[in-house]
Design a protein. Structure first.
Length: 253
């Protein structure tokens, strides 16, 4: 794991070469570093910043050629060069995280991504299977004390088994991607509230909100099963109608 991403340190250094040059040679590279990081990481604010700093750097060097190495020039160049290096260093973490995400998804310009949350979701979707999700729900049903919530979890376990009973990998993966991560987080938060044994208005409100959400989740599972059954019935009806029409065409009916 690197300093800013889940990639190795060597990967971060390899892709930070222009940013590193900007920090060690602030009198030349910061505008180029901003431009590169802005385009590759699709960071619009950094892209605009590169144009601004290019203008500032150009102004500083023009000042030197026409006015000379005065005290004001030294102060101006110090502020501009330092400012450029600071901007690059401020955006380095965001750039590397967006660069990592670029290998996974198609980045959108200036859209903010929660890197840690995205990577965690990805890891869960890659590792979690239907059986492990059911095992996890069973664990929460065992440790949670509230009988209403335990009933919701029992309902979810039963519905998960029915929804994924035909071993359709696509359906199972889609179901897990849609529900597993959020359900895990919500049950974890609810369990932590129960463990805290703190009784005040804020905790009670949070507990009620989570309990309501868990109940709604079990209803969403039921609705998904209903939708799946409706789709299967439509397929059966279409296949039956096609078969009967074929029999009539052949003169068998």
């Amino acid at each position: 794991m690197g300093w800013f991403t889940k990639k190795e340190n060597s990967w971060e250094i390899k892709h930070s070469w222009l940013a590193i040059l900007s920090l060690f040679f602030p009198f030349v590279f910061p505008p180029l570093g901003m431009l590169y990081m802005g385009i590759v990481g699709k960071i619009r604010s950094l892209l605009y910043g590169s144009f601004l700093w290019m203008a500032l750097y150009t102004g500083v060097y023009f000042f030197y050629f026409f006015i000379g190495n005065t005290t004001f020039f030294k102060l101006l160049s110090f502020c501009v060069f330092l400012g450029g290096a600071v901007v690059v260093s401020m955006y380095l973490r965001v750039f590397l995280q967006r660069l990592h995400l670029r290998y996974i998804i198609n980045l959108e310009w200036s859209k903010k991504y929660d890197y840690k949350d995205f990577i965690r979701r990805k890891n869960i979707s890659e590792i979690l299977s239907v059986s492990t999700f059911i095992d996890s729900l069973t664990k929460w049903q065992t440790v949670v004390k509230n009988p209403e919530v335990r009933g919701y979890i029992a309902k979810m376990i039963l519905l998960v088994k029915k929804i994924t009973s035909q071993n359709d990998q696509f359906v199972s993966e889609l179901f897990l991607e849609r529900h597993a991560y959020s359900i895990e987080n919500i049950l974890q938060q609810y369990y932590q509230i129960e463990l805290s044994k703190i009784e005040n208005d804020v905790i009670k409100e949070a507990e009620e909100k989570l309990r309501f959400t868990i109940g709604q989740a079990s209803q969403a599972f039921e609705n998904e099963l209903t939708g799946k059954m409706k789709f299967q019935n439509m397929s059966i009806e279409a296949e039956s109608s096609a078969y009967l029409e074929d029999m009539k065409t052949r003169g068998l009916l």
